[in-house]
Design a binder for this molecule. Sequence first.
Ligand code: ATP
Ligand code: MG
Length: 259
Amino acid sequence: MVGDIHVKGLGLSFPQQNGIHEVLRDVDFVIHSKEFLVLFGPGQCGKTVLMEAIAGLLPPTAGSVEDAQGSPLRTQELCMVFQKYALFPWKTCRQNIELPMKFKGVPKQARRKRAADLIHLVGLDGFEHSYPRQLSGGMKQRVAIAAAYAKECPLLLFDEPFGALDAQTRLQMEQELVRIWQQEQKTVVLITNSIDEALLLGDRILVLAGSPSSILEEYDLREFPRPRSLSDRPLLNLRQSILDRGFFENEGGGDLRCE
Ligand SMILES: Nc1ncnc2c1ncn2[C@@H]1O[C@H](COP(=O)(O)OP(=O)(O)OP(=O)(O)O)[C@@H](O)[C@H]1O
Ligand SMILES: [Mg+2]
């Protein structure tokens, strides 16, 4: 189990030809243990950069990401699903899913059984022996999601994991993530640029935007009962008030499903 995670005064800049590109400034928030936190923001606002900093893959220019004891997060505590399906191209679907279990020393038979269950869970029965190049974008993303579940860690960091999926599969995968979060008591941080996904899934929504970006708003959805529907009046009202804030104004609307 991971306790609360503190993102403190995080800043991230990249050197550019004529100076530096400051992407994040003074990003401050807490990821509460076992919550479903959504990071929502327009394109190029620094969502992926922030997630990579949380995961320890990008050293921040300022500030820190610390666990409850004030230490950096340990890689074995977190699984990340990258925006661009990070699969091993020379390994089959099943081998990609089994790999995290292999690293953990799970015996072969147990690995195989769990991989079969996960392949079924993400709807890829029959594709066990396919290589990533033989799969569509959405299928690859489902393998990456299954591989993240296979690692069985308390913190799931999902960077727009459902963007490449068709609407029906996306809904199933979203529901499955909520089920896993609830049943297995995980902490989930989900990045999305879909306001509907944010509203349907999150305990809290943090809006990352600006230039440089920081957390501009926080919405607490813990009082909204689950499963949620976008036809629930209070949710629709909240959706409208978020849209009225115009976080996507310079960006063409994001992915506004169900407009
Ligand atoms: N390694 C890097 N070197 C230089 N600039 C970078 C690097 N990684 C990201 N950036 C820049 O940081 C900014 C934020 O990128 P990031 O990928 O975090 O955006 P995002 O919010 O995830 O966008 P999207 O919604 O399109 O996924 C972009 O302008 C990008 O060009
Ligand atoms: Mg991104």
